[in-house]
Design a protein around this ligand. Structure first.
Ligand SMILES: [Zn+2]
Length: 92
């Protein structure tokens, strides 16, 4: 669902999205909110899709950090880096 939302956002940015995409997006979010998982996980998925997880690149973009690099390994930070690609997160 997160990837689907990402693709829909990219299509919307490219001005290729129509009203049916918005309807499907609303249905997707509605299904997420009705999923029987802890609310912390729903909220995290929503924040991830909204690009509001406070990774270094987001904080730097909002002038809340001096560097967009990962504090642990020094690579360019992003949600993908923080969750999947960082050598330190891979240890966990
Ligand atoms: Zn890292």
């Amino acid at each position: 669902m997160v990837l689907n939302t990402k693709y829909q956002r990219e299509n919307w940015i490219d001005e290729n999205a129509g009203a049916s995409d918005m309807t499907s997006q609303v249905k997707a979010w509605t299904s997420l909110w009705h999923t029987k998982v802890p609310s912390k996980q729903k909220f995290f998925a929503w924040r991830l899709a909204q690009h509001s997880v406070p990774t270094a690149d987001v904080l730097h973009h909002r002038n809340m950090s001096q560097s967009p690099l990962c504090a642990l390994c020094g690579a360019p930070d992003s949600w993908r880096h923080a969750l999947l690609d960082c050598t330190m997160s891979r240890c966990i």
